[in-house]
Structures are given as structure tokens and as C-alpha cells.
Design a protein around this ligand. Structure first.
Ligand SMILES: Cc1cc2nc3c(=O)[nH]c(=O)nc-3n(C[C@H](O)[C@H](O)[C@H](O)COP(=O)(O)OP(=O)(O)OC[C@H]3O[C@@H](n4cnc5c(N)ncnc54)[C@H](O)[C@@H]3O)c2cc1C
Length: 423
């Protein structure tokens, strides 16, 4: 489903929720009752945004194909902040209303349940924003975040207690509760399916000092070059946490591969993987592929290990003999970081219209381009930018810097496609 279509559907859904709230509210109230009315409005919209959290992180294929998992997870963050702000406003207004009306804040069970959910959501949201600063490991934070699945039924109890049976809003809450149950079932089914179809490691290949490719065989996977997958390795009976990696192989190849660079706890253990080890693979995800656009002139800009989706796309173009004009700028600190050297050379020989420009930021004796990939460098090789689409991939800092340069060059945002190696 296309992104615009999904936004239209979401806006229509929000308007429907507002309509349901209007039909259920008593606007004839006066004075202090307007506080309750406003409080209920924030509750209704806040509840919908909180529900959207589960939808956006559900990895449902239909949604993912329109947005891309990374964008869905980014929206998940923003929607979470909006939802929580609305729920706080709801709580604040209702507490004032209760105080003025009866002098008592907690008057019933439903309020308690709502307060517990609000405190729980606030803690998980706080950890989501500050886990890095607090020194909490990604996996621990992610597991704590799953508590939200337990908290949402608390919210449901709260809203059902406050809604009048038979109203449009009541039926809406029933629908969202049913959808929430379906999302849980879908996620459980995915886990079951993935665990019952494990892949096998058939090759572990060193690509550079700290870069390794793992090749897998198993269930046939239909993917586009540039997409990524979630991988869990099963080594010596131990299941690792699930990590995202671009599929560095091309769909035209028999085996699928990933190429992780050593960075932290998990990626530093990739080299210990043995042939015969198993892997649980959840794929494909993402929309970062030239195949999604009808274009002939492509500019690839990679930072370090951000080369992997371009490797997949170039391998695909080479195999399929596609006559696209491709310019690849590839930033690295020094030549010891380079991987896929021989294959890139072969691809250059095979594809007349493919040029590779390696750029080294820290190697003073590098005979080629030095420094960072910036607007000046891009224009040196591509004086004419119109008619070209730009694909940018790498770590967040590099990617942000390149986006700013393209912006300065006046490249239209609709012609820039981006994959960031961090959710
Ligand atoms: C779409 C996508 C494609 C990627 N493709 C590649 C690739 O082809 N090659 C490559 O080397 N790297 C790739 N990465 C990055 C890779 O996923 C991280 O480097 C790896 O997960 C880090 O794990 P760690 O335990 O070694 O490092 P840590 O030091 O534990 O984590 C470093 C950072 O990686 C992220 N991270 C850690 N664990 C996870 C997790 N389980 N799920 C999601 N993010 C996590 C967090 O932002 C964390 O701050 C990709 C990332 C994304 C989002």
C-alpha cells in the first residue's frame, strides 16, 4: 500500500473518531463540565494514538510495504509522544474536575487502572528516549518496552468503564480491542513461523579487518535488492537477540547473505559463527531499493558499512545486465575499511556506466579523493544533478551530513531516498 494512501486512511480514521466523540458528548453542559468534556476529548484522541503504537510496531507486511519499517518505527516514536501528551492532559483536566466537583481525586476503580497505565507508559517512554544516556543495553530496553502490551489492557478496562454501552465510541473501543488482540496473534504467529523455518549458515567469509559476511540457505525468500532482515543466530544452543542487517546478496543469487561490521556486543561475535549454525530470519523489510522507482540515473552515497544495500543493488544490476547510470560515492576512514574490493572491480568492468569514487577521511597518503562527501565533491563528478535520484545509506551522523549537503545543492527531497543504520 502506498504511503499517501495510508496517511489518507489514518486521517479518515481520526476524523471518524472525532465524529464518534461528538455524537457521544453532551455539549449542553456548562461551567466546570467543559473541563470534563475537554478531558474526554484528549482521552479519546490520546487513546487512538496509543493504539497506533501497537499497529506501527506490529511489522504487518501490508503497512510495512508502504512506509518501510524504519519510518514506521520513527512514526511510532512521534505518535507515542503525542498520545502520552494527550493522556497527560486528559488526566490533568479530569483531576481538576474531580477536585472542584467532589474534592476527591480517586473516586473509582477505573481511575486507578487508568493511573497505573499512565505511570507505566511514562516509564517505558522515558526509557525509550533516555536508554542510551542511562547506559541501558538496547536489548534490555526493548524487553522492558514489551511491558506496554500488558499495560494496554489496563487502558481498555479504563475506557470501557467510562464509555456508555450502545454508543458509537463504545463500538469503536470494541473494534480497537479486537484489533489489538489480532496484532498480538499476528506477532505470535510470525514468531512461530520463523522459529519453525530456520536457516543454516553455509559460509562465514572475512571481507575486511572487522567485516564478515554470513551466507545462509533455507526457505526461499522473495526480496528486493536493498531490503533488510531481522536476524537471530542460534549458536551452541544459544539464541542471540534479533538484529537488523541489510541483505547484501542479490535476489538473483541462490544464498542470502548479510555483512555485519564489528561494532558492539553482538556484531563482535559474528566471526565466531560456524558453518552449520542456525539462524531465524524475519524478512524482507524496508523500501530502500531502486526497483521501487522508475529511474535510470542513480547516485549512491555510502558511509562505511552502508555499502551493503548498494552491493545488493549492484550485484542485481550486474546479473540482470541493467543499463543504469550509477555513480557510487563511498566514504571510509582508510582503505583498511574497504570490503568487496575485487567484486566492485569486476562490476566496474562489467557495467560501463558504473563509476566508483572512494573517499577517505583519515588516510593522508590516499591517492584518490580525501575528506568528507560534500556538495563540492558531488558536483565535481556530477555537474548536472537534474534527472538523478540519490540513495544515501550509512550511520546517522554521516547520513544527516549528506542530507544537509544535498539540501544545499537544491536536490528535491522526493529524489532522495535514505536508509539509516539505526531505528
Ligand atoms: C535497516 C538497518 C540495516 C542495517 N544493516 C547493517 C549492515 O548491513 N551491516 C552492519 O554492520 N550493520 C547494519 N546495521 C546496524 C546493525 O543492526 C547494528 O550495528 C547492530 O545491531 C549493533 O548491535 P551490537 O550489539 O553489535 O552493538 P551495540 O553496541 O549493542 O549497539 C549499537 C547500536 O546499534 C543499535 N542496535 C543494537 N542492538 C540492536 C537490535 N537488536 N536491533 C536494532 N538496533 C540495535 C542501537 O542503536 C545501538 O545503540 C543495520 C541497521 C539497520 C537499522
Amino acid at each position: 500500500m502506498k504511503t499517501r494512501m495510508l496517511w489518507v486512511l489514518f486521517t479518515a480514521f481520526l476524523l471518524f473518531v472525532l465524529y464518534a466523540w461528538i455524537t457521544t458528548s453532551h455539549f449542553g453542559s456548562f461551567g466546570i463540565y467543559y473541563l470534563r468534556l475537554a478531558g474526554n476529548f484528549f482521552a479519546v484522541v490520546g487513546f487512538v494514538f496509543i493504539f497506533m503504537q501497537f499497529l506501527l510496531s506490529s511489522r504487518i507486511k501490508l503497512l510495512e510495504e508502504g512506509f518501510g519499517l524504519d519510518k514506521m518505527l520513527h512514526s511510532h516514536r512521534y505518535f507515542g509522544r503525542i498520545g502520552l501528551s494527550f493522556i497527560f492532559l486528559h488526566g490533568f483536566l479530569i483531576i481538576i474536575f474531580q477536585l472542584v466537583q467532589s474534592g476527591n481525586i480517586i473516586t473509582n476503580f477505573s481511575l486507578w487502572v487508568g493511573i497505573i497505565a499512565l505511570i507505566g507508559f511514562s516509564i517505558t517512554a522515558f526509557l525509550a528516549v533516555f536508554y542510551k544516556k542511562l547506559g541501558i543495553a538496547y536489548e534490555l530496553w526493548k524487553n522492558i518496552h514489551l511491558v506496554n502490551y500488558i499495560l494496554f489492557p489496563f487502558v481498555l478496562i479504563h475506557v470501557f468503564n467510562s464509555a456508555s454501552p450502545g454508543t458509537l465510541l463504545y463500538y469503536l473501543w470494541i473494534t480497537l480491542a479486537a484489533l489489538f488482540a489480532l496484532i498480538i496473534l499476528y506477532r505470535l504467529y510470525r514468531i512461530y513461523f520463523i522459529r519453525s523455518h530456520p536457516y543454516e549458515v553455509v559460509e562465514v567469509k572475512q571481507e575486511a579487518n572487522d567485516i564478515w559476511s554470513l551466507y545462509f540457505t533455507g526457505r526461499r525468500l522473495s526480496y528486493k535488492p536493498g531490503q533488510f532482515m531481522m536476524v537471530q543466530l542460534l549458536r551452541d544452543g544459544q539464541r542471540s537477540s534479533s538484529h537488523p542487517f541489510t541483505i547484501s546478496s542479490s535476489p538473483t543469487q541462490k544464498q542470502i547473505s548479510i555483512t555485519p561490521k564489528e561494532l558492539g556486543d553482538f556484531t563482535s561475535t559474528i566471526k565466531e559463527t560456524k558453518v552449520g549454525d542456525k539462524a531465524f530470519i524475519d524478512a524482507p523489510y524496508g523500501v530502500f531499493s531502486f526497483l521501487n522507482y522508475d529511474i535510470d540515473e542513480l547516485v549512491f552515497i555510502a558511509g562505511g558499512i552502508g555499502i551493503t544495500p548498494f552491493m545488493s543493488m549492484l550485484r542485481y544490476m550486474g546479473e540482470r545486465q541493467l543499463q543504469k547510470k550509477v555513480t557510487l560515492f563511498w566514504g571510509n576512514q582508510g582503505e583498511s575499511n574497504l570490503c568487496f574490493q575485487d567484486e566492485l572491480k569486476m562490476l566496474q568492468e562489467k557495467m560501463d556506466s558504473f563509476s566508483l569514487i572512494p573517499v577517505m577521511s583519515r588516510q593522508k597518503d590516499w591517492p584518490g579523493e580525501q575528506g568528507r562527501i560534500n556538495g563540492q565533491l558531488i558536483q565535481k563528478y556530477l555537474p548536472e544533478l537534474s534527472g538523478k535520484d540519490f540513495f544515501v545509506c550509512g550511520p546517522p551522523v554521516m547520513s544527516d551530513a549528506v542530507m544537509a549537503e544535498l539540501n544545499k545543492l537544491g536536490v528535491s527531497p522526493s529524489r532522495i531516498h535514505r536508509e539509516v543504520f539505526e531505528f
